[in-house]
Write a protein that binds this ligand. Sequence first.
Ligand SMILES: [Ca+2]
Length: 180
Amino acid sequence: MAGLLVAPAQAAGTTASDPAATASSSGGDCKEKKTVGNARNRGDIFHSHAKTADWDHDHVGMYYTTKTIVEAPGVGSKSKSVTASTLKKCGPIVKMYVKAKQSSRDKAADYAYKHFRGKSYDLNFAGNKASNTDYLNCSELVWKAYKYAVDIELDKNGGPGVYPDDIRDDGSTVTYQTIR
Ligand SMILES: [Ca+2]
């Protein structure tokens, strides 16, 4: 794993090699991971700290139920559903709801569960919004679930790539819990 990592400084200035390309979505350098735990609503999103080399890329996943998460964990892992009460990530962990009807959140959650499990990890973050769904990274999974199911775009700065912080900072996501 370590051999795959590219420091941001080395990757900077290259267009073909995004530093995210070698990142593990959910990896981190914290001493003690925190339990992610349950959400208020189906379709809610969690954001956690994740770091590869010196690059803080962070991580996101979404709640299929209030107690079950669908996420793309990182390189070498397929996307899957996991129990929120047993999932541990590096803090701060932030939980958000999406400004939408609950029926829309439900549709996005259903979409992720039905279509976005068992996918290999997508090394491409920089163009992840337009890429196919045979491969998914963490923010791509969340963004595409809302985009494809209910046409809500969760990406603060737009462009061809959606990163975890783009989703957290988007005006349509509202933070209601922070675990440090
Ligand atoms: Ca973006």
